[in-house]
Design a protein around this ligand. Sequence first.
Ligand SMILES: [Zn+2]
Ligand SMILES: [Zn+2]
Length: 92
Amino acid sequence: MVKVENIMTHLKCATHGRQKETFVCKHIIETMTDGEARGFCWGVNDKVHEAICDQCNNLSEADFSKQASDLIRPLCFGCFRQAAEFNGIILE
Ligand SMILES: [Zn+2]
Ligand SMILES: [Zn+2]
C-alpha cells in the first residue's frame, strides 16, 4: 500500500510552540518586532503559507528572485497570523 508522506515541515517557536512552517519576507519579521504595518500580501503555495510586504510585492519577479535568499525567512504559523493581524488581516 502506498503511504502518503506528510511533507509539511514544522518548526518550534518560542511563543507558539510546535507550528507549521510558513515563509515571509524579512520586513514582515520586522513587523513582528515593532508592530508597524508594512503590508501583508499572502497566499498559499502547495499548502505552505507565504507572505511578503508591499515593498517586496512591488519588486519585479526578476528582482525578487535575485534577492529571495536574503529576503525570505521561515516563520511559525502563529507568528504569521499575528503579523497578518498587525496589518488588519484576520486569518482562520
Ligand atoms: Zn518585504
Ligand atoms: Zn510563533
